[in-house]
Design a binder for this molecule. Structure first.
Ligand code: GLN
Length: 568
């Protein structure tokens, strides 16, 4: 009887505590079932936290652990859909249609699996959900505060991913740098999470930066020390520190970091810049990173490393130094920042290992080309193949049309991705079908011949916002076509989309009479999704983005054939 009473009391006290500290647990959550690895960055942004997290995922997955990466992004945008690729790198699209930043692309490529919107959470999305909940009275009369409410929601989101994914380890990358205002609540939430989960269920890793001023000619660790102090001042003592640097750091620097932070020197790892990212998992493995984490999580004994698999993966992703070069042009808008087209660059890299060819990229400025700039025109002649990537708005459009025309007429391999698919059609409409003033309604409000027009579904919901056709959808492939052959005689594939416009169905027949073969379309809908010119060496366009689903050792078949033909 007595014990019944006391357990009742404990229950009611802990209920009160839960209310006080607002730490709701998702349904079905069991402490200790999933472990958490948290990766933060100090000193500078752009340390490669995303690549470190992806590499760790790979190392754990190779051991047979079920891993789930996630990114807590600090900014207030609800998703990454409105971010300019010029400032933030490409907008990556998940199969479920969620628009994320490019780090999700590297997770998917390294872990070789599709992720969902649960793995990419911005502060904006959390605040939006919270404000909506507050308006519905969801906080039961309480004043809603950053601590415990925002932190409580963050912990719930992280734990929810653990429940949904049934992962052994959830790896959380915290966007931004330690000391930013924006990620403060995420860091506080994760500090609490680690406290609540217990020592052997979680591991904090801080990636920091060792500077190497040219004038001094030696490594300096002060900035890193201050970064770590900053982290410790908010109650987080990392278990492991990864010192990023340009060149290899000496032992002395590791000792300094260790002495100043109290973190054992064995747990301070140096990771200098390396040539190719595919070597990173192996390099981190050589430095014992995965062992250190798993030892902390008490998982190391059960899940053994698979070095053979890793060495093979690294080897297959590399190209020999004297491999023949294939020159590929990318005729896009954002030629200043290569992260704007990162998935395209990765998809090309995936072909390199398979074909043992080195792809060299040449950026083509389509604005200059459109204005008839001779130097830019001359560049085209040196190229073995050209990609017109996705894009929005009319900037540089005439230059892109010139590229499509050049490739079509000169039998130069052409790959049009989303916008590049539409560009090819406008060019063919104007120059082959001789349709007067053919254009897309995206670039001209009332063209005489709108060969590219908004999708039917977009027309219906115009004005309501969110009118993009997004995410993974099926593509029906026509038997006997190049697309059919390239995809291993499959008549159905699934690819990712992000568009508002399409080939106007009224012109499909005209295009077919002008030498275009629509080899892929949406099942049961007249949305054209792949075009090819059968007589051409390689001329293909896809309304989808094959680059989002290309993976190391498993390159997208269209990219692979494009590079193969370009290299011939
Ligand atoms: N702007 C075009 C459209 O909305 C192409 C989009 C893209 O390339 N992602 O249809």
């Amino acid at each position: 009887m007595g014990s019944f009473k006391s357990s009742k009391i404990i229950e009611s006290v802990s209920k009160k505590m839960a209310e006080e500290f607002y730490s709701p647990l998702p349904k079905g959550y069991k402490k200790g079932k999933t472990k958490f690895v948290i990766v933060t960055g100090s000193v500078i942004s752009g340390l490669g936290k995303g690549m470190i997290t992806s590499s760790l995922c790979k190392l754990f997955a190779d051991r047979g652990l079920k891993v789930e990466p996630m990114k807590l992004e600090a900014y207030l945008n609800v998703d990454a859909g409105t971010l300019s690729p010029f400032r933030h790198g490409e907008v990556f699209v998940l199969d479920d249609g969620y628009e994320t930043d490019m780090d999700m692309g590297s997770y998917e490529r390294f872990v070789d699996k599709n992720l969902t919107k649960d793995s990419f959470v911005t502060s904006g999305r959390i605040y939006k959900q919270m404000i909506e909940k507050e308006r519905k009275g969801g906080y039961l009369g309480r004043d809603v505060q950053f601590v415990p409410h925002v932190t409580g929601e963050i912990k719930k989101i992280v734990r929810n991913l653990a429940v949904q994914s049934k992962a052994d380890i959830v790896l959380i990358e915290v966007g931004g740098t330690v000391g930013d205002y924006e990620n403060m609540f995420a860091l506080e939430a994760l500090r609490q999470l680690v406290y609540e989960e217990g020592k052997q269920n979680s591991c904090f890793i801080n990636a920091t930066y060792i500077i190497e001023p040219k004038s001094l000619g030696e490594h300096k660790s002060k900035a890193a020390q201050l970064g770590l102090k900053n982290l410790m001042s908010i109650g987080i003592m990392p278990h492991i520190v990864i010192c990023r640097s340009i060149t290899k750091i000496p032992q002395k620097i590791r000792e300094k970091i260790s002495m100043n932070s109290g973190i054992p020197v064995e747990n301070v790892i140096g990771m200098e810049d390396i040539d190719g990212i595919y070597e990173l998992p192996l390099e981190l493995r050589k430095r014992g990173l995965d062992e250190l984490v798993l030892e902390k999580l008490k998982l190391g004994k059960k899940f053994k490393a698979n070095d053979k698999k890793l060495i093979e993966w690294t080897k297959q992703n590399s190209v020999s130094k004297n491999a023949p070069i294939v020159k590929i042009g990318i005729a896009g808008k954002y030629t200043g920042l290569k992260d704007s087209y990162i998935s395209i660059l990765k998809a090309l890299e995936h072909c390199e290992g398979k074909l043992n060819k080195k792809v060299e990229i040449e950026w083509i400025n389509t604005r200059l080309l459109g204005k008839g700039n001779l130097k830019e025109k001359k560049k085209l002649k040196k190229l073995n193949g050209i990609i017109v990537p996705g894009g929005f708005g009319k900037d540089g459009i005439e230059g892109k049309i010139m590229v499509a025309e050049y490739c079509r007429k000169n039998n130069v391999p052409y790959l049009g991705l989303c916008l590049g698919f539409q560009i090819a059609l406008i060019e063919i409409a104007r120059n082959v079908a001789k349709i007067k003033n053919a254009n897309s309604t995206e670039f001209e409000s009332n063209p005489e011949n709108p060969v590219i027009d908004p999708l039917e579904e977009t027309k219906k919901i115009e004005g309501l916002g969110g009118t993009m056709r997004l995410g993974g959808k099926n593509v029906e492939i026509k038997k006997g076509t190049k697309a059919y052959r390239l995809h291993g005689n499959k008549n159905k594939i699934r690819r990712r989309f992000r568009h508002r416009f399409e080939c106007n169905p009224d012109y499909i027949e005209t295009f077919e009479n002008s030498g275009v073969m629509f080899s892929g379309k949406a099942p049961k809908l007249p949305i054209m999704q792949i075009l090819e010119i059968p007589k051409h060496k390689f001329f293909m366009g896809t309304q989808f983005h094959p680059e989002f689903t290309s993976r190391p050792l498993n390159p997208d078949p269209i990219f692979l054939e494009f590079v193969r033909q370009a290299g011939k």
